[in-house]
Design a protein around this ligand. Structure first.
Ligand code: SF4
Length: 367
């Protein structure tokens, strides 16, 4: 009888090409907020110190700081009188600041300056007699904080469907402001609908959606259509990480949001072109780079992946530490200027990422 040779070898794993988006991950506001908590823990001997809400929406960051002696609370009444409390990057309302004063707490405000900018706009327009239509997610801490600056004058708009429910006194005294981490596409749809309903509505003096949100979303729009899949590193409660995933899906590329390497599927569920699967890897503004590096190592170890970094926008942004913290540092003989927060592109080494990445400039990425 004729013998048929049957191969028992497993089919070869697909080759993986990983394209790292630049920029990705930490923005200057998140870096500043995390550094504030680390600095307070370095400078102050007392434990615990309290943080009002998650300092940034990332479970790894929160767990690390909790391990150092930070306690995260959702109510200021959980902070014992006279203790230190740090306000998160998303900002708080004046009512919360006043409540902290009444409880004799030492408040350190780690609100991102770009969120504070929107708060200032709300205060200014309300004083000038404008009604404010605040585009964003009603229950997000940032929107709760911004609304609190002018509660009588502010109405939240989550979708075009909310427009008919608005109570407008004078349509020539209307302004819209937005949450800093919205999808620029989604916000555009709502803003267009507002302009159609209220042609005299005023725009904010400068864009409220921040540079970090805009740049990370732009990178996804540029790179994702040329990939078989997109992996976004970030926590499920991180607004800007969820938006990156949605944008990838909107351009027609399968996308997943993972907190860390343990959530990376294996085997990979995506089909590549020929024998290669091209995966875009990016991270929300609150996701630490070591989580991205661990995913790269997994791709390299498991699928012999090649790494490329596509430079869409090179960021170089610096924020100052809050004044209260600077005073604490100076009292302890630490020069606050030695700890300025500057966020630039992360170098990629084979030790940390499993391989060195080929860098592709924005021009070539567009070609
Ligand atoms: S995402 Fe934008 S607004 Fe939010 S902390 Fe970062 S820079 Fe600030």
């Amino acid at each position: 009888m004729e013998q048929i040779a049957v191969s028992t070898a497993k089919p070869a794993a697909p080759r993986v090409r990983v394209i790292l988006a630049n920029p990705r991950g930490f923005c200057a506001g998140v870096r500043m907020a995390i550094d504030v908590v680390d600095q307070v823990l370095d400078v102050i001997d007392e434990r615990p110190i309290y943080v009002f809400h998650e300092i940034v929406h990332n479970k790894h960051v929160v767990a690390r700081l909790a391990g150092r002696g930070a306690v995260f609370v959702d109510e200021l009444d959980q902070v014992p009188e006279g203790k230190i409390v740090v306000f998160s990057a998303h900002g708080v309302s004046p009512q919360v600041r006043e409540h902290a004063r009444q409880r004799n707490l030492t408040s350190i405000d780690a609100t991102c300056p770009l969120v504070t900018k929107v708060h200032s706009e709300a205060v200014r327009y309300a004083r000038q007699g404008y009604q404010i239509l605040l585009v964003g997610h009603r229950n997000h801490q940032e929107i709760v904080g911004t609304s609190g600056e002018a509660p009588e004058a502010t109405q939240v708009v989550e979708s075009p469907g909310d427009i008919t429910k608005l109570k407008i006194v004078d349509d020539s005294k209307l302004v819209y402001l937005t949450q800093t981490t919205l999808s620029t596409d989604d916000a555009g749809v709502i803003i267009d609908a507002l302009k159609l309903a209220f042609p005299k509505i005023k725009s904010p003096p400068s864009e409220d959606i921040c540079y970090a949100t805009t740049n990370r979303q732009h990178a996804v729009r540029m790179i994702a259509p040329r990939c078989d899949a997109v992996v976004v590193v970030g926590s499920k409660n991180s607004s800007n990480s969820v938006r990156l995933t949605e944008i990838a899906l909107n351009v027609g590329t399968p996308a997943i949001l993972v907190d860390d390497v343990s959530e990376l599927p294996d085997p990979l569920p995506w089909k590549g072109t020929g024998a290669t699967i091209t995966v875009m890897l990016t991270a929300g503004a609150s996701a630490p780079e070591d989580l991205v590096a661990a995913i790269c190592r997994r791709f390299v170890d498991r699928f012999a992946a090649t790494l490329e970094q596509w430079d869409i926008v090179d960021e170089d942004v610096e924020f100052n530490l809050p004044a209260t913290l600077k005073r604490m540092m100076t009292k302890k003989g630490i020069d606050p200027d030695s700890r300025r927060i500057r966020v630039v592109k992360t170098p990629i080494s084979s030790d940390t990422y499993g391989a060195t990445a080929l860098t592709v400039s924005a021009g070539k990425a567009r070609a």
